[in-house]
Design a binder for this molecule. Structure first.
Ligand SMILES: Cc1cc2nc3c(=O)[nH]c(=O)nc-3n(C[C@H](O)[C@H](O)[C@H](O)COP(=O)(O)O)c2cc1C
Length: 200
């Protein structure tokens, strides 16, 4: 089994979402010790934003690209290859200003490529990243699960489904900025959800 862990917190050691994602990976590897793990930390190696130069590079035929354009496309190619190779994808995702971190949006922009990870057919879009299991460890200062303010889950469900990633399980650590008791409870609840997710 090949596991891809994607960390998107701007924090390193202190990040709860990274810790929860790491815990998920540890538990997966207890069940499947031979698993191969790739860790993509979007804070350690930030992926560039999808700007005009990047779009220009992507829409230039490969044999006509400048060296700079080829290098830019190669950065996205590397992320696409990682997720194509993975059987299981584990993401750590903090809530930043009611959305996903910009670093994660850059990753999503990189892996969403027409003809490679999705395509349009006469019946509509078809995701091409099929047959993978996805776990998402969400961390929030407040409590937004199942409320309209939780824009993260509908967004991630929509984009993952579009790419063919239909088997997605969310783990929530909420209330992390609401005092020590709420933080402890929020993290304990997330650890329980990890066990439930892996037992499912
Ligand atoms: C820049 C920034 C924006 C944040 N925005 C929100 C928010 O909109 N809603 C929320 O509940 N928590 C918000 N938080 C709190 C984080 O979601 C919380 O601290 C979480 O634990 C961060 O994830 P991490 O521990 O993996 O770094 C924000 C934190 C930061 C640093």
């Amino acid at each position: 089994m090949k596991i891809l862990q994607v960390n998107s917190s701007a924090r390193r050691d202190a990040s709860h979402s990274t810790r929860l994602a790491t815990r998920l990976v540890e538990r997966l590897r207890e069940v499947a010790p031979e698993s191969k793990l790739t860790v993509r930390d979007l804070n350690v190696v930030p992926h560039p934003v999808l700007d005009e130069a990047a779009l220009g590079a992507l829409f230039t035929p490969a044999d006509q690209r400048t060296l700079e354009q080829a290098e830019r496309v190669a950065l996205d190619d590397a992320l696409i290859a990682e997720i194509q190779a993975a059987d299981v994808v584990v993401l750590g995702v903090p809530m930043y200003n009611f959305g996903v971190p910009a670093a994660l949006k850059n990753w999503i922009d990189a892996i969403s490529r027409a003809g490679v990870t999705f395509r349009y057919t006469e019946k509509g879009p078809e995701g091409l990243l099929k047959g993978k299991k996805v776990y998402v460890a969400l961390t929030r200062g407040g409590q937004y699960r199942n409320t309209p303010s939780d824009t993260q889950v509908p967004y991630l469900k929509t984009v993952f489904t579009f790419l063919g990633l239909t088997d997605v399980q969310f783990v929530y650590a909420e209330g992390l900025a609401m005092g020590p008791d709420a933080e402890r409870n929020g993290l304990a609840a997330a650890h329980e959800q990890i066990e439930e997710a892996l037992a499912a």
